[in-house]
Design a protein. Structure first.
Length: 384
């Protein structure tokens, strides 16, 4: 517990970190927190069927539904949750109740770290056919939604401006986050990760759908508004995709970087770690981020990763672990993405406990510097 408290204390103070606090972190955080998106409320069972769990109340006795727990008998040190693609508008009550109770239950039991992302829907999706994923939708007539939000003059068919629509969504986000309190009534600290993978084109805030200045302006506007209104201590994660090579201002990591005053965590989303060449590239990226973080008092994290379908049985120990323990790489946490099906490679964590992939994952979590939580205590093999 001592180690985890120190890690979290460091995370909370990072935006205004002192030299003393940095020294404490360098001394005690000699491990990498391991987590998974939706680990307590969605996954794949031993019989290959998808499971989901609804937290009707803030309770601690049902956390063993976790896929990570099934394999390791330990809890994730990091829990990833998403505000939902269209949960705010369509199934707000059911989805958000589960969202909040899951976070509260996990935090009350483990005191672990919470990371929240938001696959926000494109507002035009509602009026132009509702085809495909709302957060991946790109309107043929309204290509730059980010600019429409910033300028505030374009109106939706219901006569509400795109900006007013957006501000309403953020007000609901503020309401939800503000209600994240532990059993003592204290606001739960969180990592907030918005507009992820903006260096690619999967989402309406993607590289070819808004300018770098538009992206930075919206990022700053949104995160600062949320931070100023929520009682929670919030760290902001910036997490482009893997498609960049250097931290040059003209390459795709830094050309949309909002600035050191607005970012606490230098994240990287990378599922492409499946060959020696890809291992080398990811190491090089994390080495650059580590160097920048050291000079500018930031945290480095692999904010999304995984090997979908786990068709490489030793992926955790022979591929990912090489990246995490490479020279000049200092990474604070790894977030595996959600599992939703045993078919079509829809899982990033093994679901059959005695499979070769599960045994490899167990060996990975038992390695030096890899941190899970066991009844409120970390399993780091280091002593201090």
């Amino acid at each position: 517990m001592k180690l985890l408290i120190l890690v979290i204390s460091y995370l909370l103070s990072f935006s205004c970190i002192t030299a003393k606090e940095k020294n404490i972190f360098l001394r005690y955080n000699k491990g990498c927190l391991i987590g998974r998106e939706n680990d307590l409320c969605l996954g794949v069972r031993e019989d290959s069927e998808t499971w989901s769990y609804q937290f009707q109340t803030d309770t601690i006795q049902n956390l063993i539904h976790s896929d990570i727990y099934r394999i390791t008998q330990k809890y994730p040190a990091l829990l990833g949750m998403d505000l939902g693609e269209d949960a705010i508008n369509h199934h707000h009550s059911k989805y958000i109740k589960n969202f909040k109770n899951c976070i509260k239950s996990y935090y009350n039991l483990t005191q672990g770290v919470i990371s929240i992302s938001y696959h926000m829907e494109n507002p035009w999706w509602f009026y132009e056919g509702k085809k495909g994923s709302p957060y991946r939708y790109k309107s043929p007539k309204h290509r730059n939604v980010v600019q429409e939000i910033l300028h505030g003059s374009v109106r939706l068919p219901n006569n509400i401006t795109v900006k007013d629509w957006y501000d309403t969504q953020i007000e609901k986000v503020i309401e939800i986050i503000s209600d994240l309190k532990d059993k003592k009534g204290n606001a739960i600290p969180i990592i907030l990760r918005l507009f992820h993978e903006g260096s690619h084109n999967a989402f309406w805030w993607g590289y070819d759908y808004c300018t770098k200045d538009d992206y930075k302006e919206l990022f700053i506007y949104t995160t600062q508004l949320i931070k100023s209104r929520c009682p929670n201590k919030i760290l902001i994660a910036y997490s482009p995709d893997y498609n960049w090579n250097t931290l040059s201002p003209n390459d795709r990591y830094m050309d949309r970087y909002p600035g050191n005053n607005y970012v606490d965590i230098l994240g990287l989303d990378n599922y492409h770690i499946k060959s020696e060449e890809e291992i080398a590239k990811c190491i090089n990226q994390l080495q650059q981020l580590t160097e920048y973080a050291t000079k500018n008092n930031k945290i480095v994290a692999l904010t999304e990763t995984g090997c979908y379908g786990l068709n490489i049985p030793n992926w955790f120990t022979e591929y990912l672990y090489k990246v995490l323990t490479a020279p000049k790489v200092k990474i604070s946490y790894v977030m595996f993405w959600s599992s939703w099906s045993s078919k079509n490679k829809g899982y990033c964590i093994p679901y059959k406990k005695n499979s070769p992939e599960a045994k490899d994952f167990l060996r990975f979590t038992q390695k030096k510097n890899i941190i899970l939580i066991n009844n409120g205590k970390t399993n780091s093999s280091r002593t201090f």
